[in-house]
Every structure is written in structure tokens, then in C-alpha cells.
Design a protein around this ligand. Structure first.
Ligand code: SF4
Length: 215
């Protein structure tokens, strides 16, 4: 016979219901669109993580745990992906000019807050081990005035742990392949593209890796 505590444990929510709630959560936090995809859809390549170091070394290279060479190398990340079954990909649409302009850090912080918010909601719903991934270095986004990262240099907890998430590019994720799998076309436009091109819409994306079942 079950004791009182056993009989009062709530039944795990069906996965389709959890997925629907997480998609709604991403939209409520500011995502333009969100979609569920099999984790096997992700393409992880060393060459993308290598771009953090060369040919144009990122100013945040080596300054945060989510940035190379401290970030999980792509080969380890591919192994780590075996723990997950599905992923929730989300994006924010914005004009290219805005993505390349002074608004970029605020937009990127929103990607982190969506990834962290969906991750926390997934854990609350029983998906322990869920992993949110965002864009850009947390050093330049959350600690631009700090001389050091206290996680790296002093082994202290991250003061922005509720928001800051690892960068998808640092892990070697092929962003173009992800956008294509999600059905989100975008043009590759840089700061050197003609101004007319920069009026076009672009996108910024994040991910939440989801385990197969709720505990
Ligand atoms: S303290 Fe946290 S947010 Fe700041 S750089 Fe370190 S890990 Fe990133």
C-alpha cells in the first residue's frame, strides 16, 4: 500500500503539453517565433567555434566560461547532445541595421533572457537537465565594466546566473543550418553591406535543449 506522500505526488505532465507550454513561454518572453525540432537537426562544426579566435579574434575570447577556450569544445558538445531528444529553437526578427547597431547588446540580452526563462520553466515542469543556449559572450553583455569574470578567476557563482547562457557559436553550432531547419530564411549581411540591404529584416536566435522525459 502506498503511503500518504507517495499517493500525493503529481503525475508527470504529458510531453506534448509541456512542449506547448514552453513554446508559449518563449513567445511570452519576446520571441518572434519558436519551433520544436529533433536534436539531430543540429549541425556542430569545429570551424564555427574556431571563428571566436581567428581571423578576427573576439574581444571576449577567453574572458568567460561560455567562450573558447573555456567553452565545451564542439567534439564534447556533440557527445553532450546525446542527453537530449528535442530542442526548442526561437528567434527575434529585427531590421539588419538594428542587429548591427547600438541596439544589438539589448537584443542579445533578450535572447539570453528567453533561453534562461524557457530553461527554468522546463525544469519547473520536470525536465531536469534542460540547457538554454544564447548568442554572444556573457562577458560583454552582462559584465562589460568588470575587469574579470569572477567564475573564471575566483571560482565564485555567476552573479548573472539567472540570465547568462553559453553562446551557440562558441559551441560550434552552424547557425545557417539551424535557421534553415527551422524554416527561417535570412540574408548574410555585414556592417559593410549597402545601407539599403541593412533595411532588410534579419534574425537572432537561441536554443533550449530538452531531455526526452519529465522526472
Ligand atoms: S560573471 Fe557570469 S555573466 Fe559575467 S562574465 Fe562571468 S559567467 Fe559571464
Amino acid at each position: 500500500m502506498k503511503n500518504e506522500s507517495e499517493c500525493c505526488e503529481p503525475a508527470a505532465m504529458p510531453m506534448p503539453t509541456i512542449h506547448t507550454l514552453l513554446l508559449e513561454k518563449a513567445l511570452s518572453l519576446g520571441a518572434t517565433a519558436a519551433i520544436l525540432l529533433p536534436v539531430e537537426t543540429l549541425v556542430v562544426e569545429e570551424r564555427f567555434a574556431a571563428l571566436c579566435a581567428a581571423p578576427h579574434r573576439c574581444p571576449s575570447y577567453g574572458l568567460a566560461p561560455g567562450c573558447p577556450p573555456h567553452a565545451m569544445p564542439p567534439s564534447s558538445f556533440r557527445e553532450h547532445l546525446r542527453r537530449f531528444q528535442q530542442m526548442l529553437a526561437f528567434k527575434i526578427d529585427a531590421p539588419i541595421a538594428l542587429l548591427l547597431g547600438v541596439e544589438r547588446p539589448a537584443l542579445t540580452r533578450t535572447i539570453h533572457s528567453i533561453a534562461a526563462g524557457v530553461e527554468q520553466e522546463a525544469v519547473r515542469l520536470g525536465l531536469v537537465g534542460t540547457m538554454g543556449l544564447a548568442a554572444g559572450s556573457c562577458k560583454e553583455l552582462f559584465c562589460p565594466q568588470e575587469e574579470i569574470c569572477v567564475v573564471l578567476e575566483r571560482s565564485l557563482p555567476c552573479p548573472h546566473a539567472q540570465l547568462a547562457r553559453p553562446s551557440i557559436s562558441a559551441l560550434g553550432i552552424n547557425f545557417s543550418a539551424l535557421a534553415e531547419a527551422a524554416g527561417w530564411p535570412f540574408a548574410k549581411i555585414t556592417a559593410h553591406s549597402p545601407a539599403a540591404d541593412q533595411q532588410a529584416m534579419g534574425l537572432m536566435a537561441g536554443l533550449v535543449l530538452l531531455p526526452a522525459s519529465a522526472n
